[in-house]
Design a protein around this ligand. Structure first.
Ligand code: AP5
Length: 221
């Protein structure tokens, strides 16, 4: 089943997607992660995307959509995937519907993580990411056992360049104007399930799994 995780920056999409994909045994497709990998390796896509990302703006639709369609074309998505960070506007939502239609597939379920602005700013200002495996930590909410070092792989932790308070507020404004209509798009299709993302990670995960199980009864939770 193809599942979309929607929600503002810092709602916990990446954190939840990592656990969900392990449970569901499907790939995690994070457009933010793919773009950051391209920026880090200096590809033409990365060079084009870098400035948009640092300003907290959306990377142009045609670049991101081409990247997602290419990723969905790989065989490991045949049994589904968890999309994190895409679609981010109505254009992208329609492009995704079209790409899945070509494969005779559709979006099964959309999970909307609702978070308050105060929580978002607190989470993103303190977020730490592993430069090696991409695991997420937080200076106070989820501190690593050893400062600056990833618990999972021993990699070095860093702060994302778009996690400065000013850029976080810009990303939030972009989310409200561009991405919020996507919520209505899937609500109208009766695919949307909303959860408060202000709760503890394990509580949010348990509630999501209960809903997913209704759609996929082979899931052991
Ligand atoms: P992207 O990487 O997708 O960033 P985002 O959507 O802003 O989301 P984040 O990764 O910041 O937050 P998240 O919801 O994943 O939260 P996380 O789990 O990390 O995109 C970055 C940029 O790329 C965009 O600004 C844009 O430029 C470009 N881009 C990407 N996709 C695009 C697209 N489709 N079109 C155009 N441009 C695109 O959690 C955050 C922190 O909180 C962590 O420290 C975590 O440990 C902690 N945390 C998580 N859940 C909880 C909890 N329940 N309780 C306590 N702490 C928690």
């Amino acid at each position: 089943m193809h599942i979309i995780l929607l929600g503002p920056p810092g709602a916990g999409k990446g954190t939840q997607a990592k656990v969900l994909t392990e449970k569901l045994r499907v790939p995690h497709i994070s457009t933010g992660d793919i773009l950051r990998q391209n920026v880090a390796s200096g590809t033409p896509l990365g060079k084009e995307a870098k400035d948009y990302m640092e300003r907290g703006a959306l990377v142009p639709d045609e670049l991101v959509t081409r990247m997602v369609i290419e990723r969905l074309g790989r065989a490991d998505t045949d049994h589904g995937c968890v999309l994190d960070g895409y679609p981010r506007n109505i254009n992208q939502a329609k492009a995704l519907d079209e790409a899945l239609k070509q494969k005779d597939e559709t979006i099964g379920l959309v999970i909307y993580l609702v978070a308050s602005e105060a929580v978002i700013v607190q989470r993103l200002c303190g977020r730490l990411v592993c430069s090696s495996c991409g695991a997420n930590f937080h200076v106070t909410n989820m501190p690593p056992k050893k400062a600056g070092i990833c618990d999972a792989c021993g990699g070095k932790l860093y702060q994302r360049s778009d996690d400065k308070e000013e850029t976080i507020r810009k990303r939030l404004a972009v989310y409200l104007s561009e991405s919020a209509p996507v919520v209505q798009y899937y609500e109208a299709q009766k695919k949307l399930h909303s959860f408060s993302a202000d709760e503890d990670v394990s509580v949010v995960l348990r509630k999501m799994l209960e809903v997913i199980k209704v759609y996929d009864d082979s899931l052991k939770v």
